[in-house]
Design a protein around this ligand. Structure first.
Ligand code: AHM
Ligand code: MG
Length: 336
């Protein structure tokens, strides 16, 4: 019986990735080991986030605990956990984290061929009110027998081998692409395993939701203003779109991926490059969107074609359903 099979034949993320990588048998083991260390970091952060509401009671986050030790803030703690998990995997050579000004070069004894760019805890301003937050990551690979340099991560998003995020929400959901579609896994806390729950995610071709911080509207450029106006007052007489904005990129992008629509963080007069970081926010989310059949655009070009010059560079971003992103692309093209 098919329904029984679902309950007894569990597709864990490890099993899934091992199956998927049959095309690259030589990398299968290494990539799975790397991923299992990322997954470990996500499980740790998930547990820490779930306890955050009890912080005052238990003495977490910036307070002193019963042993009199200073407790670390959740984002600092998450960063340390990811850095240590990635280094100890023995499969990484360069790590770029939103939390660290400089990239981490792994010492030769622990070195592997993967470069990981990540935001260990994105949306951390949402922690204290219990709103969903997440971890975002992207993975590059260095060329064989080549000494790692920053240029190995200052690569267009197109060159990523894999990208994903983990959302710490009402459940803990990990969404991953290794370049052949997008799959979602949900943490089963009783097993401590991520189980495939959202196979082959495809974003609807057109959506009914737009997602943007409208508080910045007075500084927007022409195309962004026109686009948002058209969401509210469609010229073709169709129904207006709904506005949903959580202010936590992982949650806003996750909803966009599942329900369709568009997520915008445009540049404006005050911040011409917007807010979001190219390497560990814009690229991984753009990679997932394209793999799910959507698009990602910077206002000038396909987001994944951008070549970053600095590790913490920012870029405007418009991503989501294919047809919705097509609309904003037309408005920017008309501007030129
Ligand atoms: P952070 O890295 O400081 O947490 O900021 C990133 C977050 C994203 O999760 C979210 O999309 C964006 O900031 C929201 O910004 P704003 O408050 O300007 O709308
Ligand atoms: Mg961030």
């Amino acid at each position: 019986h098919a329904a029984d099979a679902h309950r007894t034949d569990l597709m864990t993320i490890t099993r899934f990735v091992l199956n998927e990588q049959t095309k690259h048998p030589e990398s299968r083991g290494d990539f799975s080991i790397l991923l299992s260390h990322i997954v470990l970091g996500c499980k740790f952060v998930c547990t820490a986030v779930n306890k955050a509401g009890l912080a005052k009671l238990l003495g977490l986050a910036g307070e002193t605990n019963v042993q009199g030790e200073d407790q670390k803030k959740l984002d600092v703690l998450s960063n340390e956990v990811f850095i240590k998990a990635l280094v100890s995997s023995g499969r990484t050579c360069i790590l770029v984290s939103e939390e660290d000004e400089e990239a981490t070069f792994v010492e030769p004894a622990n070195r592997g061929k993967y470069c990981v760019v990540f935001d260990p805890l994105d949306g951390s301003s949402n922690i204290d009110c219990g709103v969903s937050i997440g971890t975002i990551f992207g993975i590059y690979m260095i060329k064989d027998g080549h000494e790692p340099t920053l240029d190995d991560v200052l690569q267009p998003g197109m060159n990523m081998l894999a990208a994903g995020y983990c959302m710490y929400g009402s459940s803990c959901t990990l969404v991953l692409s290794t370049g052949s579609g997008v799959n979602g896994f949900t943490l089963d806390p009783s097993l401590g395993e991520f189980i495939l729950t959202h196979p082959d995610i495809k974003i609807p071709k057109k959506g009914k939701i737009y997602s943007v911080n409208e508080g910045n509207a007075k500084n927007w450029d022409g195309p962004t203003s026109k686009y948002v106006q058209s969401c509210k007052y469609p010229a073709d007489g169709s129904s207006p779109k709904s506005l949903r904005y959580i202010g936590s990129m992982v949650a806003d992008v996750h909803r966009t991926l599942l329900y369709g629509g568009i997520f915008l963080y445009p540049g404006d007069k005050k911040s011409p490059n917007g807010k979001l970081r190219v390497l560990y926010e814009v690229f991984p989310m753009s990679f997932l969107m394209e793999q799910a059949g959507g698009q990602a655009f910077t206002g000038k070009q396909r987001a994944l074609d951008l070549v970053p010059e600095k590790i913490h560079e920012r870029s405007p971003i418009f991503l989501g359903s294919y047809d919705d992103v097509e609309e904003i692309k037309k408005l920017y093209a008309a501007e030129e």
